[in-house]
Write a protein that binds this ligand. Structure first.
Ligand code: SF4
Ligand code: SF4
Length: 281
């Protein structure tokens, strides 16, 4: 069994620089893993353009009703907290909102409910130079990407080296799933009041999980930075301040990895990597 250090990169909303930080850290560290847990809108592959070595289907169990056995008691319908079951002339299942809890099969006293597999997405494993990539894609209309994230994290569990987890944006349960095994969390924040509000949300989440963390202040200008003030107020370590820079913005929007492209400020990412490694070792 390998030993690894998992660094989760989070932000309160999309477009803050979470993927920028994750892909550059994974590239700066030789022989690392880049893990894209944003399975609703994965974009790490646009930077790495990995050669895919393996693709796996991810499925969950959903109920299947035997209408011959069903007595119409509605116990299952009343039990389902997600309203995924209804009763018209017979029991109807809304597959997309079923959370695969398995409860309806347990409460059916005549055993009219069994479980059947449903595919919810895929996990792909690839390589791009020295970086190994792991990502997933949730099928359109699915209720939750959590089964895919669980599958990704299960795959990574016994791998060695540094693992950089590009988390989904926000602070919902899908983010909690992505960070629960992390050794360290990097919170990426923009220099606005809205940015500080989003930072406060993800900070609450990492505190809830009692994870060590530090902040990357992105798109910094000389002006007032509410996110920096929040860090000072809460005594949160500021790992690096990335200045607002057209060159970096252009590289990023073209799917280029700054440290691979010899970006003039690439040392910022190496210094961030050193700080994070010191924090987790
Ligand atoms: S609990 Fe079983 S018997 Fe009752 S309505 Fe549901 S499937 Fe039918
Ligand atoms: S498995 Fe759980 S979520 Fe799905 S229909 Fe049954 S009770 Fe509802």
């Amino acid at each position: 069994m390998g030993t690894n250090k998992k660094i989760a990169v989070l932000s309160g909303k999309g477009g803050t620089g979470k993927t920028l930080v994750s892909v550059n850290l994974a590239t700066a560290e030789a022989n690392s893993y880049y893990v894209d847990c944003d399975v609703e809108e994965p974009n790490g592959h646009l930077y790495f353009n990995p050669q895919i070595c393996e693709e796996k289907a991810v499925s969950v169990l959903i109920p299947k009703v035997n209408h011959e056995l069903c007595t119409g008691c509605k116990e299952c319908v009343n039990f389902c907290k997600f309203n995924a079951l209804a009763f018209g002339e017979k029991v109807i299942l809304f597959k997309e909102i079923c959370h695969s809890c398995g409860g309806c099969a347990l409460v059916c006293s005549v055993k009219a409910i069994t479980e059947t597999e449903k595919m919810v997405g895929i996990v792909n494993i690839g390589v791009s130079d020295q970086v190994k990539t792991v990502g997933g894609m949730m099928n359109t209309g699915e209720a939750s990407g959590i089964p895919i994230i669980k599958n990704i994290l299960e795959y990574i569990k016994d791998k060695s080296g540094y693992v950089f987890i590009d988390c989904p944006p926000g602070s919902a349960c899908i983010v909690m799933e992505s960070i629960k095994d992390a050794d360290y969390c990097i919170l990426v924040a923009e220099p606005t009041i809205f940015g500080a509000h989003n930072l406060a949300m993800v900070y609450e989440l990492v505190r809830l999980f009692d994870k060590p963390c530090g902040v990357v202040l992105n798109k910094c200008t000389d002006g007032h930075n509410p996110s920096e003030e929040f860090c000072k107020e809460k005594s949160i370590e500021i790992l690096v301040k990335i200045p607002f820079d057209m060159e970096l913005g252009e590289l990023n929007s073209n799917g280029k990895i700054a440290v691979r492209e010899n970006y003039k400020n690439k040392e910022l990412f190496y210094s961030l990597l050193t700080k994070v490694k010191e924090a987790v070792e």
